[in-house]
Design a protein around this ligand. Structure first.
Ligand code: SF4
Length: 375
């Protein structure tokens, strides 16, 4: 099985903390970009021949800016080039300002069955300095409309560790998740990235970032409250009720293959990683002139081993010993390290998988680094 990721590199405006690849001045070439993304999809049709596609994920950027015609063009290219299973998970990332009863109807009609809503915060003052295009009321209404339209698989993104976000404020955000009965959340701690407006404000002293201590209290509080309200932490930053895990992201975390289309999109075939150029003009030109628009890197066995450990340990699925041992047979040092953490109650081996215990999750990075292969 494999997944498809489509990167839509358009945004209405630039959020102050974001360093993803996108452009806000795309009106002159949006049609050309959509044509080039569909060209990439069809020209790479033989890369995963024989493998069925079980997940399709529209990310960005802002995929909810796509018109129905643009969405259909891309989907037609996918369905005509790949074998997509009937029950494939089809996720669309949508910003609250693009969500309306009409847009929801259209997305359902084209087959979107999972909606990922970029809420980030339910507080007006956060959304303002983040330069988001929506307000707090739209955050709430977007979820209610999506539920009313019949979406039964909804996830939202939230950010904690924000400047001036108290522990009580964060608890209020989480309470909103419970009140709105949202089945899945992805919650990330704010990071201040180079080249962003936020970084600039912090350097100039206009914004004072939250300290690590409060960020870690908010993380712990989230785990506690999510657990009390019936959510399972199936990955360090992801929580789901009723096993509504993201199939697409779970496939990344368990080392499965995926194809990524669009500028800056990454692909992985189990051996090599490939990434498209993060430049809209050069991406389109590369496809038009049939010249190179990507780079590839063959991962060494050591890279793959370390990736399996790093991503797998963060999830409830764990690290499959068979996948590791297909790269290197177990050596004494590895088995001793496993045993050491097992005796400390930080990990267990179940059904041929390494799993962290709740206490072990707090030390996930340290345990992972001790299980890595180094030269
Ligand atoms: S909408 Fe999303 S991708 Fe676009 S700037 Fe904001 S956070 Fe970044």
């Amino acid at each position: 099985m494999a997944g498809i990721y489509v990167h839509i590199p358009f945004c209405r405006k630039k959020c102050s903390y974001c360093d993803f690849h996108f452009s806000t001045t795309f009106s002159g070439y949006r049609g050309r970009m959509i044509n080039m993304i569909t060209k990439e999809i069809t020209t790479r049709r033989n890369e995963f021949s024989g493998e069925s596609i079980e997940t399709i994920y529209f990310g960005g950027g802002t995929p909810s800016l796509l018109t129905i015609q643009e969405l259909e063009l891309i989907l037609q290219a996918i369905y005509s080039s790949y074998e997509v299973t009937n029950d494939a998970e089809l996720t669309l990332e949508a910003n609250p300002e693009d969500i309306s009863p009409d847009s929801l109807k259209v997305w359902r009609k084209v087959g979107v069955n999972r909606l990922s809503i970029g809420i980030q915060s339910f507080r007006e003052q956060d959304l303002e300095w983040m330069n988001r295009s929506h307000n707090a009321e739209q955050s709430k209404q977007a979820v209610e409309w999506a539920q009313k339209a019949g979406f039964t698989n909804i996830t939202i993104d939230l950010i904690y560790g924000l400047p001036n976000l108290s522990i009580a404020d964060w608890e209020n955000h989480l309470q909103m998740v419970f009140d709105l009965s949202i089945d899945h959340i992805s919650a990330y701690c704010l990071t201040i990235e180079e080249g962003t407006a936020l970084n600039n404000w912090v350097k100039k002293g206009k914004i004072h970032p939250a300290g690590e201590e409060i960020q870690s209290i908010q993380f712990d509080r989230m785990i506690e409250l999510m657990g009390q309200n019936g959510y399972e932490q199936y990955e360090i930053s992801n929580f789901a009720r009723d096993q509504k895990y993201s199939k697409h992201n779970s496939a990344y975390w368990t080392g499965r293959s995926y194809l990524g289309f669009g500028p800056s999109a990454h692909s992985f075939d189990g051996i090599s990683r490939r990434w498209n150029i993060s430049n809209n003009a050069q991406y389109m030109q590369g496809l038009e002139t049939e010249t190179n628009y990507c780079e590839t890197e063959k991962l060494s066995h050591q890279d793959r081993w370390n990736e399996l450990i790093m991503t797998g340990l963060r999830t409830k699925f764990g690290v499959y010993l068979q996948s590791l041992y297909s790269l290197f047979p177990p050596d004494e040092e590895f088995l001793e390290t496993l045993n050491f953490w097992k005796e400390k109650g930080m990990l267990t081996i179940q059904n041929e998988r390494i799993l962290l215990t709740p206490q072990g999750k707090i030390l996930a990075d340290r345990i992972a680094s001790e299980l890595f292969k180094t030269n």
